[in-house]
Design a protein around this ligand. Sequence first.
Ligand SMILES: *Cc1c(COP(=O)(O)O)cnc(C)c1O
Length: 408
Amino acid sequence: MKPFEKKVWLSTPTMHGEELNYVTQAYESNWMSTVGENINEVERLTCEKVGCKYAVALSAGTAALHLCVKLAGVKPGDTVFCSDMTFGATVNPVVYEGGVPVFIDTERDTWNMDPVALEKAFELYPQTKVVVVANLYGTPAKLDEIRAICDAHGAVLIEDAAESLGATYKGVQTGTFGMYNAISFNGNKIITGSSGGMLLTDDLEAANKARKWSTQSRENAPWYQHEELGYNYRMSNVIAGVVRGQYPHLEEHIAQKKAIYMRYQEGLKDLPVTMNPYDGENSEPNFWLSCLLIDREAMCRQVRGETDALYISEPGKSCPTEILETLAKYNAEGRPIWKPMHMQPIYRMNGFVTRQGNGRARTNAYIAGGVEDVGADIFQRGLCLPSDNKMTVEEQDAIIEMIRSCFM
Ligand SMILES: *Cc1c(COP(=O)(O)O)cnc(C)c1O
């Protein structure tokens, strides 16, 4: 096999042309700042698509999460339960407000926050009043169960739907299950503005606060008058133009991503691997990233340090590092599973709750001291596959062959 001449990426922006029309419109009308028709329109389109009452367009999903955390009333020293296996931006905003993330282990059915571990966490940290749940790789978490647990404990739920725009759970769009919710239009997401994000809520007062905070908290006065802390978080009308042009293609992108997932599932079915799982009865993911998990028996030896990895190749077996290196050799981009937050140096002293209770596996071993650390296990055995919309069937077939060769 020859390396691809053109790199096959994990996930890159897929543009269609309409984006340029709306950007040009912004340019020609000189609405080049954080006010304009594109912003109004993408907020309207988002409410229409997702089914929320209010959407506040912001500079990033991270900014949206920060304002969610502020709206939820997180104060210095407050514990906040957070998804563990997620991107750092899910949890960093908690720390911006002085909150203390406590990480909740992952379940095996959807690779998201485990409701059983969440219930356990409320026993261990009963004072907790805020929960942040992410829908990893576009797959909805067990959102009803998680919301019911939050309700039972009087906790506010924040949903990080940055990766899952367009995915549904029991027929309802993600980004509506929390009191406050965030989506992202970052460059690698299912649709993009090159950057950007939104805060979604059904609470008018909360939406108005977020809008005000995002534009430097200016009071209604002839001069710059400030009563509270402000931020420069509003979305630009130029970025909004890109998002506006992308929206008509959201469902098309999801269909492409789903086809990619299904082709991997079919092409890899006789190998000792499984795809990232979802609850097909209750949810329809947006299939943003296709991932695989190597069976335990089919793992060759792999050791990961903080910033590097080693493995020993074995016939019939493989590991994420071998597969990622093989893909890279052929000019294709995969990525390790998002490294769980409780394994990150910055969060190593924070609480971590598994089904068994307080768990702190400090090594790559998936069982330490009798505690099963599901996140560490999936990180050890899993990887994200090239999932770009623009990947051709031929390229994907070749990628499947590359993966196959690793198990020879
Ligand atoms: C991308 C992402 C974010 C942050 O969104 P930005 O728009 O990049 O700030 C937050 N959470 C998750 C799970 C993400 O994947």
